[in-house]
Design a protein around this ligand. Structure first.
Ligand code: PAN
Ligand code: ZN
Length: 196
């Protein structure tokens, strides 16, 4: 393969050239939010809102390559939760990733297979390291688009099912103008139901 360069617009988050741009709307990510009445209300009143977009570089998904792309999480809330990405483990769990904040403000949530959760606040210039074995999800905690760049190993793969089944043990909720990290009641209830 020949060396090449792409251009990332820090203002819009668009990457050029890019592979197939992914647009995630509320209807297809509705399951990640707790307040399903709020989801229904938004869909009913304003239609299917664009929540986030991913511009991937077009590269072979193979060992040895480094994949990269930009993500734009649009500002907004669903109930008292911030707009966020679905979140995933890498299929090959021992593959890490680097996130670089470019514009806006957000938070990176990370979780191990055993349910340990961490939160890393992100803004322009923040370089967040996603170690191997940590699932990751981002949320826009500000009022402007939250834009970041990510680079990950070509053979990492994306496993969404594990997070769909288990969810993150903590959620980010809006409290006035700040973001609070609190226990996810869905996971807590499931935990106590299993224990009892
Ligand atoms: C990122 C994410 C991107 C969208 O490029 O794929 O931010 O999030 P979801 O994939 O969880 O919908 C990354 O972590 N790549 O590995
Ligand atoms: Zn990833």
């Amino acid at each position: 393969m020949e060396p090449f360069a792409s251009q990332l617009d820090f203002h819009s988050g668009a990457l050029q050239p890019a592979g197939r741009v992914l647009q995630r709307r509320l209807s297809e990510t509705r399951g990640i939010y707790l307040d399903q009445e709020a989801v229904a209300r938004i869909l009913d009143r304003e239609g299917d809102r664009l929540v986030y977009e991913v511009y991937p570089a077009e590269l072979p998904e193979e060992e040895g390559h480094v994949l990269y792309g930009s993500t734009i999480v649009h500002p907004g809330r669903v109930g008292d939760q911030f707009h966020m990405t679905k979140g995933h483990f890498h299929t090959r769990r021992n593959r890490g990733e680097v996130y670089v904040g470019l514009a806006g403000h957000g938070a990176l949530l990370l979780q191990t297979e055993t349910g340990d959760v961490r939160m890393v606040p992100m803004g322009p210039g923040t370089i967040a390291y996603v170690p191997p074995y940590w699932a990751h999800r981002t949320a826009n905690t500000g009022d402007d688009p939250f834009i970041f760049f990510a680079a990950w190993p070509g053979d990492a793969g994306h496993d969404y099912a594990a997070i769909e089944q288990r969810d993150f043990g903590k959620i980010l909720v809006a409290s006035g103008s700040t973001a609070l990290l609190v226990d996810n009641p869905k996971v807590r209830d499931r935990g106590s139901a299993a224990a009892g």
